[in-house]
Design a protein around this ligand. Sequence first.
Ligand code: 5GP
Length: 224
Amino acid sequence: MAKKRTKKGALLVISGFSGVGKGTVIRHLMSTHPDYAFSVSATTRPPRPGEVHGKDYFFVDRDTFEKWVEEDKFLEYARFFEKAYGTLKDHVEDLRNQGKTVILDIEVEGARNVMKACPEAVSVYIIPPSAAELKRRIEGRGTETKEQIRARMEKALSEADIVPEYRHLVVNDEADAAAEEIHGLLNRRKKTRMPREDALELTKQIQADLRNFLQEEENCDKIN
Ligand code: 5GP
């Protein structure tokens, strides 16, 4: 009897403001639905406490990363915060060929390139319920210096302009609800809880609030 061919899995690109809680949403998605697999990226940044090589990232040195760029091993890659991050082509293809829906947790430049190269990809941008909540989550992580937090907020600010390019915008108020929402979108069963226009409006508001936070901090630094 002929062996049943496995249907190739989908590509799910998930981006979101740094600190928005993407990781938690993705973990929820993967723990409740076994058909998802995480694309483990390569990065030149050092591991944070608790991060595992091969599970969270492939932590590689700069020379290895550059060699892989030359060898065309990346589906996309990007450089920011003086570090490089890249999605490995073969790794993603292997998982998709096993029928898995592959989750790419990547930032906007990389996402843009994937959307161009793979128009079938489903793209989701995760937004926080408010800028104040985003700031609280970034600071609450406790693993970064003030400068690093500032750099992340500045990146969040610049990313906001690209948000309308994503197919879906999902608010992360509760991670499990956001995860289920994404699962529903992927299976074309449901719409987002927040209408697109409202989510775009909220994004603009967050952008304005972040700008104010950064300005206030700059003023404080000048005084001190
Ligand atoms: P972190 O250093 O906090 O783990 O990640 C920083 C940013 O890099 C996040 O926005 C994450 O989505 C993004 N990122 C992680 N892996 C990749 C990748 O392979 N390619 C791109 N373009 N961005 C990535």
